[in-house]
Design a protein around this ligand. Structure first.
Ligand code: BV8
Length: 244
């Protein structure tokens, strides 16, 4: 089953690939639920990353994402992002980087075949006219929508917990056609992303994870390499390019 040539590659990335750029990862909190560690405090996802939280306290949610959007201006892509961008530019076969990250570091490193399944900080969504648009400033000060002019109806174009991730059909098709499924810097705690390795395995792909520590889904991977993405990913890209 695994003797297949490597031509179609799907790469899943998580918060761990941006950690060496200075962006925080999530954290399992004392009460077992997930939280977003801003370095100063840990926001339970229930307070900042659900539609209910946005209805309950829109100012807190907007401030949370305004701070993360502003932080993007202070960080740069790292060696792992750059290595994937060079692979994307040179790989002759199918390749898709499916990221759970809402930061723009894959694109700023030069990657093009990128799909943000959980949305992007640099995009806003108008709930009055349903337009989605590139956005780099705050949303907390209720700016008018550039498309319909209505003020205060713009929300972060982010997939919150309980909401359907973006482009699931395109992701499923890519996984079904993949010869190689690679997972980088993700804990495997959040679904449906955490289930991709099982379907990739089911459709006969070879599976490899690169992570600081084995993820929750580690048993599903044919190979696990542990260490920082900034070191492991450039090494792996060199190896896989040698097979191109
Ligand atoms: C949905 C945007 C239904 C927001 C995010 C099945 C079982 C159990 C629960 C569920 C289930 N199915 C659905 C659920 C519920 C839920 C879920 O999974 N809950 C969890 C908490 C149990 N899933 C959902 O709600 C999903 N939606 O199911 O909708 C539906 C179906 C039909 C129709 C309508 C609705 C939506 C989930 C998406 C939520 N939004 N992000 C934001 O970012 O603010 S998820 C968010 O959390 C991230 O995008 C990412 O997905 C996740 C965090 O995980 P990681 O990225 O892996 O980061 P983490 O910090 O956990 O781990 C980092 C790893 O890197 C670690 O292992 C670490 O060791 C490693 N690392 C650190 N540094 C480095 C490193 N590795 C290498 N180098 C380093 N330097």
């Amino acid at each position: 089953m695994h003797g297949r040539e490597t031509s179609n590659i799907v790469i899943l990335t998580g918060a761990g690939i941006s950690q060496e750029s200075g962006l925080h990862t999530f954290r399992t909190m004392a009460n077992g639920s997930m939280g977003w560690d801003t370095g100063l405090t840990v926001h339970p996802i229930e307070d900042v990353a659900t539609p209910e939280a946005f209805r309950r306290d829109p100012a807190l949610v907007q401030a949370f994402y305004d701070a993360r959007r502003a932080r993007l201006k202070e960080v740069e892509p790292n060696a792992a992002h750059r290595a994937l961008a060079s692979l994307d530019a040179a790989w002759p076969g199918e390749l898709l980087i499916v990221t759970q990250n809402v930061d723009d570091l894959h694109e700023r490193a030069g990657a093009r075949r990128v799909l943000h399944m959980h949305g992007e900080l640099k995009s806003a969504w108008c709930l009055a006219c349903d337009t989605r648009m590139t956005w780099s400033d705050d949303l907390g000060d209720h700016p008018p929508c550039p498309a319909c002019g209505v003020a205060g109806r713009l929300r972060p174009d982010i997939v919150w917990f309980g909401e359907m991730p973006y482009e699931m059909e395109r992701i499923d098709r890519a996984i079904m056609a993949a010869d190689l499924f690679v997972s980088i810097g993700t804990s495997g705690a959040v679904y449906p992303a955490a289930g991709f390795v099982q379907s990739a395995h089911h459709f006969g792909a070879r599976t490899l994870e690169m992570n600081l520590e084995p993820s929750l889904g580690s048993v599903w991977f044919d190979e696990t390499r542990t260490g920082p993405a900034g070191k492991l990913v450039p090494e792996w890209v060199e190896q896989v390019m040698a097979t191109a």
